[in-house]
Design a protein around this ligand. Structure first.
Ligand code: FAD
Length: 338
């Protein structure tokens, strides 16, 4: 049943644990419930502001939200079709992402195992084009179903029409599109593992006849060692994107900092490791009363318990400023600031 709550605390709906409130929190378990609300609700007709939220693991609330927050609880996982090589699985946007990965791995379906343990929901995996360890969600998404909140039309986008780029998609830009289901194309034979990362290789090097379970286990171990558990220390994973610069700019920085960490991209551009830039500015040693850079990974900003969203935002602003002052590079936030 659709659940409409007013003056609702978001504290348990964002991984920073910020106690912001929303005027209305609407959770729905079927598309019909959502459509009924959109077609009949006086609150919705009043044209108020709105936002879609999954698990809130990439959102920083710096203030209360005056409007409606939509929250999908669509939970189905079903096999749509299969061929000799592939299985097409359609999952509801409210499914917990890591439960979906676990489902795929347990059924020996290959593709998304490197994305194990990323917090959030299936819906947001397409919005964000989540990525880790050389793999992005877009590599396995076949199609994305949405409801246009403004027109109430159901639309289906094939992968090629989703405009997927680094942590970005059509759905991130168009806030009217509420993702309802995502269909993934996973391999049931001719597995193609992605094991280029050194720490992943070293964990798996002694295993013969590698299985998806081995890879998932290794990824989980690596992530648990590197990243803070948001259930204990509030955070949203990487706070900043890795900045992309022209080759000349990269060379300029490299001249002064020979140990610069960077990756070559197409068209001669370079992606710089934002965590490295932040570390060089001395942020690993700095903190305020309630906010700190995670000692093992400078890209992650943590709420030590009592920080406000504004405090975290101001802290991130100081990091951006100091990286710019030292390197002339502008960091962009990966986290969505409300
Ligand atoms: C400890 C930690 C580690 C992380 N590691 C990674 C990582 O390795 N790689 C990575 O890519 N990300 C990582 N993240 C970020 C985060 O997990 C992803 O961005 C995730 O996809 C967010 O999912 P969510 O359901 O919490 O989305 P939310 O944070 O709730 O929302 C994110 C965006 O998606 C939109 N959205 C959510 N659901 C829908 C929907 N159904 N329809 C339309 N729009 C929707 C929201 O409006 C918002 O714009 C990490 C976060 C944490 C806390």
């Amino acid at each position: 049943m659709i659940n409409i709550q007013s003056d609702f605390s978001l504290k348990t709906h964002n991984t920073f644990g910020i106690d912001a409130k929303t005027d209305y929190f609407i959770s729905f378990s079927t598309e019909e419930e959502l459509l009924f609300f959109l077609n009949s609700s006086e609150i919705w007709k009043s044209q108020c502001d709105y936002l879609i939220i999954g698990a809130g693991s990439n959102i920083l609330f710096t203030k209360d939200f005056h409007g409606i927050i939509f929250h999908s609880l669509l939970q189905s996982i079903e096999i749509e079709k299969e061929s000799d090589e592939f299985v097409f699985i359609r999952a509801g946007s409210g499914v917990v992402w890591d439960n979906f990965v676990e489902f795929a791995v347990q059924n020996n379906l290959q593709g998304i195992e490197n994305l194990s343990l990323i917090p959030g929901t299936v819906g947001a995996s397409a919005v964000q084009n989540i990525g880790a360890y050389g793999v992005e969600a877009k590599d396995f998404i076949e199609k994305v179903e949405v409801i246009d909140l403004k027109t109430t039309k159901k639309l289906i986008f094939k992968n090629i029409d989703c405009n997927f780029t680094y942590r970005d998609s059509l759905f991130k830009k168009n806030q009217n599109f509420l993702v309802t289901n995502v269909t993934f194309k996973l391999r049931k034979s001719n597995f193609q593992f992605y094991l280029n990362y050194a720490d992943l290789q070293s964990k798996l090097q002694n295993i013969n006849n590698l299985t998806l379970i081995d890879i998932r286990k290794a990824i989980i171990e690596i992530r648990e060692n590197k990243l803070p558990d948001y259930k204990k220390i509030g955070n949203a994973g990487s706070f900043f994107k890795n900045p992309v610069v022209e080759f000349e700019k990269y060379q300029e920085i490299l001249y002064d900092y020979p140990n610069l960490i960077a990756y070559k991209l197409a068209e001669g551009k370079m992606k710089l490791a934002a965590g490295w830039l932040i570390e060089q500015c001395g942020w690993k040693q700095q903190r305020t009363k309630n906010v700190v850079v995670y000692p093992k990974q400078a890209l992650v900003i943590c709420n030590l318990g009592k920080a406000s969203g504004k405090e975290i935002f101001d802290f991130s602003q100081k990091i951006i400023q100091s990286v710019y002052n030292q390197f002339g590079v502008s960091l962009e936030r990966e986290v969505i600031v409300i």
